[in-house]
Design a protein around this ligand. Structure first.
Ligand SMILES: Cc1cc2nc3c(=O)[nH]c(=O)nc-3n(C[C@H](O)[C@H](O)[C@H](O)COP(=O)(O)OP(=O)(O)OC[C@H]3O[C@@H](n4cnc5c(N)ncnc54)[C@H](O)[C@@H]3O)c2cc1C
Length: 313
C-alpha cells in the first residue's frame, strides 16, 4: 500500500502535521521513535504556549498525542534509518526492518541531544549517564550527580534534580556559565549546587554503574577526578537528519534547507518542519505552526500531482 503522506517525528511539528494531514483526508502514516521529542525532556514547566499559563512538558505532549490519536491516522513507533525516492515514490526503511511507501514525506524529526564524545559515554548510557532528567532523574534519589553544561538547559536540569538528589555539580566548559540570571538565582536557592567552570570532560568511569568522571581544569591543565553516581548531559542538540542526507541540502549546522513558502526541500514532495529545518526561532509554538503549514503545503503538492497524473493518463 502507498500512503499519500508519511510524517517522520512525533514532536510538536510532526503531531500537528499528522492532525492536519488526517483532517485533510490524506491517507497518512506517522513514524516516530517516541512522542514528545524535546518537550518530553523539559525539566521545568512550559509557560509560553498559548492556552496554558503553566504546564509540564509531559502533560502538554500527552494532550497532543491524545488529540492525534483521535484522528484517522496510522502510527508506527519505530526509527527511520533510510529515506529514498524512486520514480516519484518515497521509500522508507526503519530500524525494525519495516518498509513503507508514500507520495509525499514530511521530515519533522527535530533534534537529538548532542553527545559528549568522550571515552565511557556510550558504555554508561542507562547505567548512570542520561540525557533526560525528566525520564531518569527519579532513579538518583539522595545521590551525588553532575550536570554537564552551564546553559539554561543545564541549570533547569539542576533545578529539577535538586528535589531528588543530595548534591549537584554543574560543569561548564567556558570561563562563565551561560544560563540567564533568573535560572542562576533559582539554582542558588536550592543550596545543593556547586558550579565548576573551565571544565573539559575527559572520561566517564565506573564498574556496573558510573562512579566518577575525569575533567581537565582548562586553566591549570590539571586532571581532576570527581566522584559522582549520575551524569546528566545538557550540552545542546543536533538535528536528527542522517537518514535524509541524499535528498536534502544542509546548512553548516546540519539543518535542512527549505523554501519557507512551502517548507519543501530540494526534492519535490519532500518537506521539513520544526527544529529540523533552518528556521531561526525554535519553540513549541513555531514547531506546531510549521507542522500545520507543512501539511497544507503537502496537500497542495499532492493535489497538483493528482491533476498531473490524470492529464498524462
Ligand atoms: C531543555 C529545553 C527546554 C525547552 N523549553 C521550551 C519552552 O519552554 N518553550 C518552548 O516553546 N520551547 C521550548 N523548547 C524548544 C522546543 O522543545 C522545540 O522547539 C520543539 O520541541 C521542536 O519540536 P519538533 O517537533 O520540531 O522536534 P522535537 O521536539 O525534537 O521532536 C522530534 C521527534 O522526532 C522523532 N525522531 C527523531 N529522529 C527520528 C527518526 N529517525 N525516526 C523516527 N522518529 C524520529 C523524535 O523521537 C521526536 O519525537 C525547549 C527545548 C529544550 C531542549
Amino acid at each position: 500500500m502507498i500512503y499519500d503522506l508519511i510524517i517522520i517525528g512525533g514532536g510538536p511539528a510532526g503531531i500537528t502535521a499528522g492532525i492536519y494531514g488526517a483532517r485533510q483526508k490524506l491517507n497518512t502514516l506517522l513514524i516516530t521513535k517516541n512522542f514528545g521529542g524535546q518537550v518530553a525532556r523539559k525539566a521545568v514547566a512550559i509557560e509560553n504556549y498559548p492556552g496554558f499559563e503553566k504546564i509540564s512538558g509531559m502533560e502538554l505532549i500527552k494532550r497532543f498525542e491524545k488529540h492525534l490519536r483521535k484522528q484517522k491516522i496510522d502510527i508506527e513507533r519505530d526509527e527511520v534509518i533510510k529515506l529514498r525516492k524512486i520514480n516519484n515514490r518515497f521509500l522508507i526503511l526503519t530500524e525494525s526492518k519495516n518498509k513503507f511507501e508514500a507520495r509525499a514525506v514530511i521530515i519533522a524529526s527535530g533534534a537529538d541531544p548532542r553527545p559528549l564524545e568522550v571515552p565511557g559515554e556510550k558504555e554508561f548510557i542507562g547505567r548512570g549517564l542520561s540525557y533526560c532528567c525528566v525520564c531518569n532523574g527519579p532513579l538518583f534519589q539522595d545521590k551525588i550527580v553532575a550536570v554537564i553544561g552551564g546553559g539554561n538547559a543545564g541549570f533547569e536540569t539542576a533545578i529539577f534534580l535538586s528535589k531528588i538528589v543530595k548534591k549537584i555539580y554543574i560543569l561548564e566548559y567556558g570561563p562563565e556559565v551561560k544560563a540567564d540570571v533568573e535560572n542562576q538565582e533559582r539554582v542558588k536557592k536550592t543550596g545543593k549546587v556547586e558550579i565548576i567552570t573551565n571544565a573539559q570532560i575527559k572520561k566517564i568511569q565506573g564498574d556496573q554503574f558510573v562512579n566518577s568522571l575525569i575533567y581537565e581544569d582548562r586553566k591549570t591543565k590539571k586532571e581532576v577526578v570527581l566522584a559522582v553516581e549520575g551524569i546528566f548531559v545538557e550540552i545542546g542538540f543536533q538535528p536528527s537528519t542522517s537518514f535524509a542526507k541524499d535528498l536534502v541540502n544542509f546548512n553548516e549546522k546540519d539543518e535542512i534547507i527549505v523554501d519557507f513558502e512551502t517548507f519543501q526541500t530540494k526534492t519535490p514532495g519532500l518537506f521539513a518542519a520544526g527544529d529540523v529545518n533552518v528556521g531561526k526561532f525554535k519553540q513549541i509554538v513555531t514547531a506546531t505552526g510549521e507542522g500545520a503549514k507543512v501539511s497544507l503545503a503537502a496537500y497542495d503538492y499532492l493535489e497538483k500531482l493528482k491533476i498531473k497524473n490524470e492529464k498524462s493518463n
